[in-house]
Write a protein that binds this ligand. Structure first.
Ligand SMILES: [Zn+2]
Ligand SMILES: [Zn+2]
Length: 304
């Protein structure tokens, strides 16, 4: 099943009227994931119909303000709305101290539990999984510790063909093995190949979020073959030196990562506020990786 991404903010450090700082909502089956939560993300959620009650997991890539200044406010709203469901929150380990101070000084005892998963960057590996998806994290190359995320759909079981099950009179006790893709041996010794009675599940979809980063070779090893990548593209090629100094990427560098990772589709975002129009950035990215989309606040994209 495709993963759906809704861009809530695709700006960088300074907000501009139609471009909020970083935030996006990712829906994978029944699981809702908010990635980064820049200032103003709550208003964007209201504007683009993303309900905070649908958020199960929040991921924060790093502690530059344009990626998390909206978080305390969002958690506060969840509390005021009497949320009871546990919230999974993963981010830099120092984040917890910042949040605790917020709620300590305002004497707020949250109405729900936060299961905080501290990330000690550089870290590579599994952060969270449930019946819908797994979330892995990987290190990026930025001025302060920064992590990217890969959200991957869980592999579904084989689809059984009811007519064929009837034809072979297969007992119910064998269905579990068939769903796992196994061949079945009948009591008379006959072997029924799985391919006669079941269809393999579709290849699971995957999505990679590459937050603030300078380009580096190993990045593509973490995001190989994903269906969709969001990658920062703060600058155009004429400002490559500025990108290098500030540990950011140009649109062309983002596209090179997507190409080298053999990705299906690329969304570029995190644009510097100096760009009123983003066509230049799109053109530069498309010259390397044609299947590139320009992020826009409110845009929804599927991983297919
Ligand atoms: Zn940023
Ligand atoms: Zn940053």
């Amino acid at each position: 099943m495709p993963i759906e991404i809704t861009i809530l903010g695709c700006g960088s450090a300074t907000p501009v009227p139609d471009r909020n700082p970083s935030s996006q909502f990712v829906r994978i089956n029944q699981t809702g994931i908010l990635i980064d939560c820049g200032e103003g993300s709550q208003m964007q959620m209201t504007k683009f119909n993303v309900k905070h009650s649908k958020i199960d997991v929040i991921l924060i890539s790093h502690l530059h303000g344009d990626h998390y200044f909206g978080l305390a406010g969002l958690i506060s709203t969840m509390h005021l709305m009497s949320r009871k469901r546990k919230l999974i929150l993963a981010g830099p380990h120092e984040l917890w101290r910042l949040l605790e101070d917020h709620f300590l000084v305002s004497q707020t005892k949250l109405s729900f539990e936060i299961d905080f998963k501290p990330i000690h960057s550089p870290k590579e590996g599994l952060l969270f999984e449930n019946e819908d998806c797994s979330i892995n994290t990987f290190p990026l190359h930025h001025r302060i510790p920064c992590q990217g995320f890969v959200v991957k759909e869980k592999q579904g079981g084989f689809h059984l063909i009811p007519e064929m099950l009837k034809l072979y009179k297969l007992p119910i006790t064998k269905l579990k093995e068939l769903k796992m893709g196994k061949d079945i041996q009948l009591e008379n010794g006959d072997i029924i190949p799985n391919s006669r009675v079941a269809i393999p599940p579709p290849i699971p979809h995957s999505y990679a979020y590459c937050s603030d980063t300078a380009p580096f070779e190993e990045l593509v090893t973490y995001i190989q073959n994903v269906n969709l990548i969001y990658h920062e593209a703060t600058f155009d090629e004429s400002l490559a030196e500025r990108a290098h100094q500030t540990f950011h990427s140009t649109a062309k560098q983002a596209a090179t990562h997507a190409k080298d990772a053999n990705a299906g589709k690329l969304i570029i975002g995190h644009f510097s506020s100096r760009y009123r129009e983003t066509e230049l950035l799109l053109n530069e990215a498309c010259s390397v990786f044609p299947n590139t989309i320009i992020a826009k606040d409110g845009l929804s994209i599927l991983s297919e």
